[in-house]
Ligand binder design. Structure first.
Ligand code: ZN
Length: 207
């Protein structure tokens, strides 16, 4: 591995590892519980009601769980075998919360990269999806963040991310179209610029 190619990306990349997730905002549980109690009052509910008494605590705990992920340590390895074909992990299930409505959206992500000097454990591609999904999100932003993370830390020759998801804010309210799936994609490097690689990925991901 030539040092010239290891541009300064993340400080922790030096020994082939990187840590992520320290930037998640801290959740103030007591404040969230008070706010949910206020929301129930604003919705005209009696928060002394037997069935609602524990709701602020439960809802705050649920949000905390939905917005928290395990610390992720993404170890990369030298690509000693010189593998130079696509690595594709299909149908990684995920769930997230729409930042516009605080309602869930969920679906699958297809993630691919074309290795450069380093490779990464396959399960780590799923961890990267989870890392960014456990946030208040937009599907477009999630798609780009997964691609950006892999691009900056793995320095592959190309990255492709396709996400298909159903949004509760579309299924249960608004346009009321249950079953509608939204597809987003981000292609970088040779997955964007090389027609053969791009169509190979899209065929593998969506086929
Ligand atoms: Zn929404």
């Amino acid at each position: 591995m030539s040092a010239a190619h290891v541009a300064p990306v993340a400080p922790l990349h030096v020994d082939g590892r990187l840590e992520h997730g320290a930037e998640h905002p801290r959740i103030d549980r007591p404040r969230a519980e008070r706010a949910i109690g206020d929301l129930l009052l604003a919705l005209g509910r009696d928060i002394g009601d037997e069935g609602l008494r524990e709701t602020p605590r439960r809802v705050a705990a649920a949000f905390e769980e939905l917005l928290t992920h395990e610390p992720v340590s993404l170890t990369t390895f030298p690509n000693e075998a010189g593998y130079d074909e696509l690595v594709v992990v299909k149908a990684i299930p995920f769930h997230s919360l729409c930042m516009h409505h605080l309602l869930p959206f969920h679906g699958v992500a297809h993630v691919a990269y074309l290795p450069g000097e380093r490779i990464i454990g396959l399960s780590k591609l799923a961890r990267v999806v989870e890392l960014f999904a456990r946030d208040l999100q937009l599907q477009e932003r999630l798609t780009m963040q997964v691609a950006d993370c892999l691009e900056s830390h793995l320095r592959p020759k190309g990255v492709g991310v396709v996400i298909e998801a159903e949004h509760m804010c579309m299924s249960l309210r608004g346009v009321h179209k249950p079953g509608t799936r939204t597809t987003t994609s981000t292609l970088r490097g040779l997955l964007r610029d090389d027609a053969r690689t791009r169509s190979e990925f899209l065929a593998l991901a969506t086929g």
